[in-house]
Design a protein around this ligand. Structure first.
Ligand SMILES: Cc1cc2nc3c(=O)[nH]c(=O)nc-3n(C[C@H](O)[C@H](O)[C@H](O)COP(=O)(O)O)c2cc1C
Length: 190
């Protein structure tokens, strides 16, 4: 089973990464080998709205997004972990999402059928505060993104009230939730 984990936070060793790694521990405890990518360490721009994908549904911008398209295309399950930034998602995550405009074009304008089965999507969010509207907003954006890439959001949870780096280590319930989320992923594959 191909499981791709995406770290949306630029802060290595921060709250999102700790929870993402916990979820991956859960996955690995079942003998699976997930792959992890760190968006902030890749080089890609946001969508240029150049129209280069209009006729093919393929992005013509040659940067690290080409690798992300391939990995996400091949993945059967996707786990995204991200902090809330300004009530939404960090620029790194939003830039990746916007670059899926080519896939939106392929799907809804060119009506290209994707024969691949629906992927399973999982989301972990963290934030300093606890505003439910921020989580809802971020989750709604991710749900849309997942729909475009052909994934259904199966599970998500938010860990509020974590600001300082690694503060989430003081929230054992969040660590446990992340581990359990990871362990549950294979159950979605009959
Ligand atoms: C640019 C920026 C914007 C932020 N905006 C919010 C916000 O709107 N609401 C909130 O509760 N926390 C906000 N935070 C705090 C982060 O969500 C919080 O520190 C989180 O734990 C960071 O996760 P990380 O360690 O995985 O990067 C913001 C932090 C930064 C750096």
């Amino acid at each position: 089973m191909k499981i791709l984990a995406i770290l949306g936070s630029p802060r290595r060793g921060g709250n999102s990464e700790i929870l993402l790694d916990k979820a991956l521990e859960g996955v690995k405890s079942l003998g699976l080998e997930p792959e992890k990518i760190v968006l902030n360490e890749l080089k890609f721009a946001g969508c240029q709205e150049c129209g280069g994908c209009d006729k093919t549904g393929r992005c013509i911008v040659n940067d690290d997004m080409q690798m992300i398209y391939k990995k996400l295309d091949e993945a059967e399950a996707v786990v995204l972990a991200s902090p809330i930034f300004f009530g939404s998602l960090p620029a790194q995550v939003k830039a990746m999402i916007d670059r899926y405009q080519c896939i939106w074009v392929a799907k809804y304008v060119l009506e290209k059928k994707n024969p691949a089965p629906l992927k399973k999507g999982f989301l972990i969010l963290v934030s300093a505060g606890s505003r439910g509207s921020f989580f809802k907003n971020a989750e709604s954006i991710v749900r849309n993104f997942f729909a475009v890439l052909g994934a259904e959001l199966k599970e998500s949870f938010c860990c509020p009230n974590v600001d300082k780096k690694a503060r989430v280590l003081e929230h054992p319930n969040c660590l446990e939730k992340a581990f359990e989320l990871g362990k549950k992923i294979p159950r979605y594959f009959p």
